[in-house]
Design a protein around this ligand. Structure first.
Ligand SMILES: Nc1ncnc2c1ncn2[C@@H]1O[C@H](COP(=O)(O)OP(=O)(O)OP(=O)(O)O)[C@@H](O)[C@H]1O
Ligand SMILES: [Mg+2]
Length: 801
């Protein structure tokens, strides 16, 4: 490693030397012969200076390009056709964008740069938020590739909303489709771009017919799927459906009973050779199992007592209606058949049938709502293929067939009346997939790979999902799952320990921007620690009171080594969209960035194709302060926008906490967002709050920035920000009117903020508060922020250090 590589952010001394030598050369050349002196010496000096200048060119260019790197990259995009063309050159590897191996030296550089002031390298591209300099520390990008065999250990992609999880899926799905393998995409959000990507990839692969689309919101275009198609045991189907019962505790008697009832019905159906479907299960649980009992009994008698009809004739003759007839058949079974030919299936079914009706309906009550949701309206035909089979022109398929034919199935689960239904369909399909996997594991020698992509995976976690992660590998399943936070998993699985156990099975972890402390910690924990060195300086002086003339002084410098996280959790919160840190199979740690597959949209496109240039020639500040197109109507140009901020008389915010708060350039951005979001009267009201409590505006500005990435469009951001700010301002106003003491007024402001924010956003608020604000709120802060207590401790801790 060269000296220049060691601190890529240092000033470009080489360029200064270069300029100086060029100036010398020019001066020497121009002044030659001016004063009648011999020109030879001047020319000689000019040439020498030029030669010296040349020796600095290489170093100056290198440092300049390193600075350029630290300012970040524009969002890359890559045409799907070009992407497809490049695939063969990756020779069986999985491509994960561009980047470099993150080594301890990069941690050292990052910490050094943080001390030097990362604001020196604010991103050039206004669309790029966050610490773009982190990626610049690598100095050079290369294709990041991992052997496909490593992905057998599955992959988890985490990131806040908008960080780029689904766009990462675009890249991975396309590669899987182009490899000709089976692909299954479960998308609880129903991202249209992801669907189009999968379909386009099939076209690019020359096999458009492989694309299969299941989407309950578009029943006419959707295929029909039988989610109960594959099973190895009857009880498996029962637990697949019972898993949908919302249960408060792991040991819920209603759930166990529901599962038992289902199991009896499933076995009864199998006994009469009828394929169970959601509709038939609902039918027998809701209307009673009478008809099924009759069919099962008749079949059993026919198999074991050929002359049963004559034997039972007198009993049956007395029966007036269907119920009496079934009762007669049951009696016949009990008295004449069961001793010689007992059947556990029949016993189970009879147990269900003979239970008191009221008690029975109570026990299956928790199962019925979800079962009826899955079997009413369009879903009936889509998920229970027996219904209207012959007349239905839509294709009927199942996961086993999709996988055998190497097809690409996209399952979109959004726009359903109830998110519970989407989540239920996802869960039940995953359970079916687990059964398919079990089958492949048992019966196929070395199964062909199957790629399973599950977006928003926390929505569909269930026991079969955990089995898939455990056993999928042997069955050739490669799971790629995306999630927003670790807490989502903990909530769905019931405990943090269980969530850890689930995720512990995943060998590849790709972390995009992560804001909540728990997930940051989870990621940081997965990465190793490293040691960095820093220089500690000390100086002191002493004088002697009895003899003031005696004066001693000392200075010292010590190199200290300390253990730190290889990638600090705070940096995770600052990653720009589409940038990630990943821990891959085998312990390799990479820092990567991903392109968008396809064309860039809207503002991002403008930023890349037309680099913004301000009047002063420096594109940066103007670009950062530029009012977005939809807000720039009227005479307020970019510079006016910043000027109006100053006119508002807003005090500059306190010095931010270095590790967590955005840099100065980004502050300007937060200011602009807040100004754009608020109406004039609201801005004036905020000024009143600001007079009462300095930096309340600053807090909102930083919050605006922190929340920025969480919303898809500027419209959404402004609207949300306005709601939050107005709630806080009004609450302060009310507190002031009520004449409460001043700390209470700030507390009212803060509590209204908390109330208006979603629980997942509380961590952002905790991060953007200054030390003073935390002190003012004191214990109250801990009381209202229990979930982010640890996060808070870490923020305060980092300050104290
Ligand atoms: N073609 C495009 N051009 C420019 N920006 C884009 C394009 N497609 C998506 N984006 C932006 O990229 C960001 C990431 O999108 P993506 O859908 O991958 O987020 P995500 O992490 O899946 O979020 P969520 O959890 O909300 O689904 C979004 O902010 C989106 O606005
Ligand atoms: Mg998404």
């Amino acid at each position: 490693m060269t000296a220049a590589d060691a601190d890529p952010w240092r000033p470009n001394y080489e360029r200064r030397a270069l300029i100086l030598w060029v100036v010398v050369a020019v001066v020497a050349a121009v002044t030659a012969g001016l004063w009648g002196l011999p020109t030879g010496a001047f020319h000689w000096l000019a040439w020498l200076a030029l030669a010296m200048a040349l020796t600095w060119v290489r170093g100056a260019v290198r440092i300049a390009s390193q600075h350029e790197w630290l300012r970040g990259h524009s969002l890359g995009c890559i045409a799907p056709e070009d992407f497809a063309a490049r695939l063969p050159s990756w020779s069986g590897d999985l491509w994960l964008g561009w980047g470099f191996d993150w080594l301890p030296i990069h941690t050292q550089r990052a910490l050094d740069l943080m001390r030097a002031g990362p604001e020196l390298f604010a991103p050039r591209d206004p669309q790029r938020m966050g610490a773009t300099w982190l990626h610049g520390l690598g100095g050079r990008d290369q294709d990041l590739r991992i052997p496909l065999s490593h992905t057998d250990g599955h992959m988890l992609i985490v990131g806040v909303t908008g960080a780029g999880k689904t766009r990462t899926f675009d890249l991975l799905v396309t590669q899987a489709v182009l490899r000709g393998e089976a692909v299954l995409i479960i998308d609880p959000k129903g991202d249209r771009d992801l669907r189009d990507t999968a379909q386009r990839a099939c076209v690019l692969a020359g096999t458009p017919e492989r694309f299969v689309h299941f989407h309950p919101a578009f029943p006419a275009e959707s295929v029909r799927i039988d989610p109960l198609h594959s099973f190895n045991r009857a009880t498996e189907l029962a637990s697949r459906v019972a898993a949908l019962i919302p249960s408060e505790t792991g040991n819920d008697p209603f759930k166990s009973f529901g599962q038992m009832a289902l199991s009896n019905v499933v076995q009864g159906l199998l006994a009469v050779e009828e394929r169970p479907s959601l509709v038939s299960l609902r039918h027998y649980l809701e209307g009673g199992a009478e008809a099924l009992v009759e069919r099962a009994l008749r079949r059993h008698f026919a198999a074991y007592r050929p002359d049963w009809e004559t034997e039972a004739a007198t009993l049956l003759a007395r029966a007036r209606d269907a119920t009496a007839r079934v009762k007669a058949l049951v009696r016949y079974y009990r008295e004449r058949v069961s001793s010689d030919h007992p059947s556990t299936v029949l016993e189970g079914l009879l147990g269900l049938y003979e239970r008191e009706q009221v008690h029975f309906s109570k026990m299956v009550a928790s199962l019925m709502p979800i079962l009826s949701m899955l079997t009413s309206g369009d879903l009936e035909g889509l998920l229970s293929p027996a219904a209207g089979e012959a007349a239905d022109p839509r294709r009927l398929t199942n996961l086993a067939d999709v996988i055998d034919a190497d097809e690409v199935l996209y399952v979109g689960l959004d726009s359903l009346s109830d998110t519970m239904v989407g989540s239920a369909i996802g869960s039940i399909l995953i359970a079916d997939l687990a059964a398919v996997a079990g089958d492949r594991y048992n019966h196929q020698g070395r199964p062909r790979p199957v790629n399973v992509f599950i977006d928003e995976s926390a929505e569909v976690v269930n026991d079969p999902f955990i089995q898939l992660l455990n056993k999928g590998r042997g069955a050739g399943l490669r799971l790629v799952i995306a999630a927003q936070t670790f807490a989502d998993f903990a909530a769905r699985t019931g405990s943090e320990a269980k969530a850890r156990q689930v995720l512990g099975n995943i060998n590849n972890l790709v972390a995009l921007r992560v804001l909540d402390a728990e997930t940051q910690e989870y990621v940081a924990e997965s990465l190793p620690k490293t040691r960095v060195v820093s220089i500690m300086r000390s100086h002191g002086s002493t004088t002697d009171a009895s003899n003031p003339v005696l004066y001693t002084g000392n200075t010292g410098e010590r190199v200290v080594e300390e253990e730190v996280e290889l990638f600090s959790p705070a940096w995770l919160g600052q990653l720009p969209n589409f940038e990630y840190i990943a821990k891959l199979s085998g312990g390799r740690i990479v820092k990567g960035r991903l392109p968008i597959l396809g064309a860039l949209r809207g503002a991002a496109e403008a930023a890349v194709t037309m680099p913004a240039t301000g009047p002063g020639g420096d594109p940066r500040p103007t670009a950062l302060l530029a009012v977005p197109p939809e807000r720039s109507a009227g005479p307020l140009g970019p510079s006016a926008a910043s000027a109006s901020t100053a006119d508002d008389g807003a005090a500059e915010p306190d010095a931010p906490d270095a590790a967590t708060l955005p840099n100065q350039m980004e502050h300007a951005m937060g200011k602009r967002y807040l100004n754009a979001a608020l109406k004039r009267s609201q801005r004036e009201a905020l000024t009143q709050v600001e007079i009462d409590w300095p930096d309340s505006r600053g807090l909102l500005e930083r919050l605006a920035l922190g929340l920025w990435a969480g919303y898809p469009t500027d419209e959404a951001r402004y609207a949300r920000l306005q709601t939050i700010a107005v709630a806080a301002i009004n609450s302060h106003k009310a507190a002031k009117k009520a004449g409460v003491p001043d700390r209470e007024r700030f507390a009212a402001f803060f509590e209204a903020l908390m109330g208006a924010l979603a629980a997942s956003e509380h961590a952002v608020l905790a991060q953007v508060m200054t030390a003073d604000q935390r002190r003012i709120l004191g214990r109250r802060l801990r009381a209202v922020l229990p979930s982010t207590g640890r996060d808070l401790a870490s923020v305060t801790g980092s300050q104290d250090a």
